[in-house]
Design a binder for this molecule. Structure first.
Ligand code: ZN
Ligand code: FE
Length: 257
């Protein structure tokens, strides 16, 4: 049995926070920290003490809670080595592509996935087949390209796509339903997509999260992982475009959807 216990909880209007707990060492990690209240509630309800925060990128909805959590827990703050205009407070370890560190005797591998921001990193636990994807990949969608280029974002999404199909993907926002509407608009006949959208509707109605997702499902349904789909290419009138061109066209179409 895995030593790891994972708790996911909503905060702000559509963010997800995650706690990762190691039962052997009683160490607990928070993935991002856009506010402190929801994180402290989740910690207190489990009786866990916060030892580390793993920051994906500098946006406020992922970092605004760091100061208060640091004050209470004196935790280590780990995050992107690449500095942005808003440096991450209390950062003690800066990480970049290919870096590996240990948590709960498991390797944690860093993927640099720029595009949404330049500093974005994702945390991969290969032994557990888990990826914390921040705002790079969402279920049925991907992050908006704010700081990087379309090419960069396309490569970042491809980097995630190259992970094993079984990878469980925790993304930072509940955007699945809105993403599904766009996905359907570019690939109306995708039966897997239609059944995922129906499942998502039901989950939302029941007040349940649609996250985590998994890579196999996303490859079957997420247009940003399906840039070679003939149906999507036809729909956009870009039959012979490169994957990167198709990605850019899809991202632009989604921005205006
Ligand atoms: Zn963001
Ligand atoms: Fe965000």
């Amino acid at each position: 049995m895995s030593r790891i216990e994972i708790v996911q909880f909503p905060y702000l209007s559509d963010n997800y926070g995650v706690l990762l707990h190691d039962s052997h060492t009683q160490q607990t990690v928070a993935i991002d920290a856009g506010e402190d209240t929801a994180y402290n509630q989740a910690l207190d309800s489990k009786g866990w003490r916060l030892s580390q925060i793993w920051v994906t990128h500098h946006h406020w909805d992922h970092t605004d809670g760091i100061n208060a959590l640091y004050e209470r827990w004196q935790c280590n703050v780990i995050g992107p080595a690449k500095h942005s205009a808003n440096p991450i407070s209390h950062l003690s370890t800066g990480l970049e592509e290919g870096d590996i560190f240990q948590f709960a005797d498991m390797p944690v591998e860093i993927l640099h996935t720029p595009g949404h921001t330049l500093d974005m990193i994702n945390y991969c636990l290969p032994s557990e087949n888990i990826l914390f994807a921040g705002d790079t990949l969402f279920s049925l969608g991907c992050g908006r390209v704010f700081e990087g280029t379309m090419d960069m974002m396309s490569q970042s999404v491809n980097k995630i796509s190259a992970l094993p199909d079984e990878t469980i993907i925790y993304c930072s926002h509940e955007y699945t339903q809105a993403n599904g509407k766009f996905a359907l608009s570019v690939e109306a006949d995708n039966q897997m997509l239609i059944s995922r959208i129906n499942e998502v509707e039901l989950l939302i109605k029941q007040g349940k999260p649609t996250i985590p997702t998994n890579l196999k499902l996303e490859k079957q349904t997420n247009p940003f992982l399906r840039t070679s789909s003939p149906a999507i290419r036809n729909k956009l009138g870009l039959k012979n475009a490169s994957e990167a061109e198709l990605f850019a066209a899809l991202r632009a179409a989604k921005d205006n959807f």
